[in-house]
Design a protein around this ligand. Structure first.
Ligand SMILES: C[S@@+](CC[C@H](N)C(=O)[O-])C[C@H]1O[C@@H](n2cnc3c(N)ncnc32)[C@H](O)[C@@H]1O
Length: 368
């Protein structure tokens, strides 16, 4: 692939290409960015709860957030940080999972327009396919029998992923690198042959998985202010940061995100390992928040070390920690309150619950 453009600096690769292939430009408003563009379908995503969260947080902190910092410590898809990105002084975003880091590094970390970004998307959409990449060999029916992606899309993911790495090698900026990688992770997810989680693939290719992958740009909002993005264990990071508003959205159940979304982690890292078992899982970090034994200890530790005035924590009535336990733990550290709303359950093939709705809480702690 390098031979195609050898000797051409990173930026001009895409410019040269776009001279030959022109496509429409994107120019979206803030509302479009938040509602029209894809975010991952994600276990525990707060996308539909954004109005509830925004209203409750503003009712406690005030409407003008411009002088306040906001930290989204378990950021996942990044949708909560994105909501506050343009109205606060600075967003700090963090997640244990590398694929979530990539997504947040784009949506939160990127704050200035990237020149020629659409040209790079066009370039990646048109390059000739590789035939023997890691995803094709291990996660597609043709070679491994695993059916996470069609053979064609597996080859497309490999081709684009290798090119993104090559572009990095020849000198594109980090902002562009993470924009392209986030675009690939989200676009690949839209053609995956799973119902929601990557814990299992379906026996036959469902209609969305039969469609050819198209790389869609992961548009981010531009702001004057800069933002920070981390890929750390929340309980380690909390000891090193401080600010005004801390939003917590830890796992509610024993499900481990590193296992449930292992293939997104593999596309993000694109490292070499031997996939194991029927599902071809990789090794992943286990979160102590997703454990009956340790969740309460993690919360107490985090509240103790949090140097933030306002702390908000999402949790529901079916989570590992009971509402009363959270209430008494938070009350030790300051003034406690709670807001609640009914919420339609996230559906996945792994789910066993019968009720269609849950009660979603926003626990509130004001530290002295
Ligand atoms: C409920 S989801 C967050 C969803 C997110 N608010 C959204 O709307 O997309 C929980 C997130 O916590 C992350 N996580 C789990 N344990 C963590 C830890 N110890 N430190 C940091 N992040 C962690 C998971 O990777 C997952 O993305």
């Amino acid at each position: 692939m390098v031979g195609l453009f050898i000797g051409i600096k990173g930026k001009s690769v895409a410019q040269n290409w776009s001279r030959a292939h022109s496509t429409p430009r994107y120019n979206k408003s803030k509302a479009d960015v938040l509602t029209a563009f894809q975010t991952l379908k994600y276990l525990g995503s707060k996308r539909k709860l954004i109005p509830f969260l925004e209203k409750t947080i503003k009712s406690v902190v005030g409407d003008d957030l411009s002088q306040l910092t906001f930290c989204d410590l378990f950021a996942g898809t990044g949708i909560v940080g994105r909501t506050f990105k343009s109205s606060v002084k600075e967003v700090t975003s963090n997640d244990l999972e590398y694929y979530a880091y990539v997504i947040n590094r784009n949506y939160i970390g990127n704050h200035e327009t990237i020149a020629d970004s659409q040209d790079y998307i066009d370039l990646l959409n048109r390059i000739p396919l590789e035939h023997k990449g890691f995803i094709y060999q291990n996660y597609c029916p043709g070679e491994s029998g695993r059916m996470y992606f069609s053979d064609h899309n597996g080859k497309k993911i490999d081709t684009m992923r290798k090119w993104i790495e090559w572009l990095k090698k020849i000198g594109i900026e980090d902002d562009l690198y993470f924009f392209l990688l986030a675009s690939l992770i989200e676009s690949a997810d839209t053609v995956s042959n799973v119902t929601a989680l990557y814990t299992a693939y379906l026996k036959n290719l469902i209609p969305k998985a039969q469609e050819s992958l198209i790389l869609e740009p992961a548009h981010f909002e531009t702001t004057k202010n800069t933002h920070r993005v981390f890929n750390e264990n929340a309980n380690d990071l909390i000891r090193k940061i401080s600010g005004d508003i801390l939003y917590l959205d830890p796992p509610y159940t024993c499900r481990q995100y590193g296992g449930d979304y292992h293939l997104l982690g593999t596309i993000a890292k694109y490292d070499n390992f031997v996939p194991t078992g029927i599902t071809g899982r990789r090794d992943y970090k286990r979160s102590a928040w997703a454990s009956n034994k340790s969740a309460e200890g993690q919360l107490d530790d985090l509240l103790k070390h949090a140097q933030f005035k306002y702390i908000f924590m999402s949790y529901n009535n079916e989570g590992l920690m009971l509402p009363d336990v959270i209430k008494s733990m938070m009350s030790k550290y300051g003034k406690y309150d709670v807001a609640e709303t009914e919420y339609r359950r996230f559906k996945s093939s792994a789910g066993t619950h019968k009720a269609n709705t849950t009660m979603e809480y926003l626990h509130i702690l004001e530290k002295p």
